[in-house]
Design a protein around this ligand. Structure first.
Ligand code: SF4
Length: 232
């Protein structure tokens, strides 16, 4: 199978009418098999994809990009969900100590150059880990607007296919899914955090219509960069 733009276009055409659960099932069991990984943020809506995967294959690799700046509540939630769903192939990916030493020895890069901070703490570690895979699952949704507005089920980014099972869902789907399966919310959700990233760069959401408004709230930055084409 050639991993390229043609493949993502074809997959979008062939699977455009599938439901999120079926997109995942088809990706895991037929399209990518052992060459697929879920890159999970353990954020406010991550329990949905984890629950879906747990009903398909609990041995699917699941990884967390641990920037060393995650909320304690996110780590607690991660431990809870991995144990609850009994995933057997979970691991945390950390930034390279060499990169941290050279580029962020004072640990102030997050305010001086957040793009570079995200690069060494998220983008580069993910690129390294993805060498083993053809594709990865992301939990992004188009209703989160911004650069996510025209999101499709399948994308071709940095020589990998990104599978976005929740690309077309709305807020009602998210709320109904949590209710239907009695899933636990992120510990910070009830306090008004509708999207949770690093401690330095996350505040409470200011508008329910813009769930990511608490991310890099005082900056023009809206994404960490793991979904960007590195050559752009
Ligand atoms: S979200 Fe903030 S603290 Fe986290 S890696 Fe990016 S810039 Fe650094």
């Amino acid at each position: 199978m050639n991993i390229d733009e043609n493949l993502s276009n074809q997959l979008n055409e062939d699977n455009k009418d599938l439901l999120p659960q079926n997109i995942l099932e088809h990706s895991i069991n037929n399209i990518f098999r052992k060459k697929l990984v879920y890159v999970c943020s353990f954020g406010t809506e991550s329990a949905i994809i984890l629950h879906m995967i747990s009903e398909i294959d609990r041995s699917l690799p699941v990884i967390l990009l641990n920037t060393n700046y995650l909320f304690k509540e996110t780590i607690d939630y991660k431990n809870f969900l991995i144990s609850k769903f009994k995933f057997s192939n979970f691991k945390e990916i950390f930034p390279s100590t060499k990169d941290l030493k050279i580029k962020d020895s004072k640990r102030t890069l997050w305010k001086e150059n957040p793009d570079l901070c995200c690069n060494i703490r998220k983008v580069l570690p993910l690129q390294k880990e993805l060498k083993k895979y053809d594709a990865w699952v992301s939990g992004r949704k188009s209703y989160h607007e911004g650069e996510r507005k025209n999101l499709k089920f399948f994308e071709y980014i940095n020589h990998k296919i990104v599978v976005n099972p929740l690309a077309k869902v709305n807020q009602n789907f998210i709320n109904s899914y949590f209710k239907k399966y009695n899933l636990d919310r992120h510990p910070l959700y009830e306090s008004g955090y509708l999207s949770v990233g690093c401690t330095h760069c996350t505040i409470k959401t200011s508008s329910v219509d813009n769930p990511r408004s608490g991310r890099w709230a005082d900056k023009i930055k809206t994404e960490c960069g793991i979904h960007y084409n590195l050559k752009r």
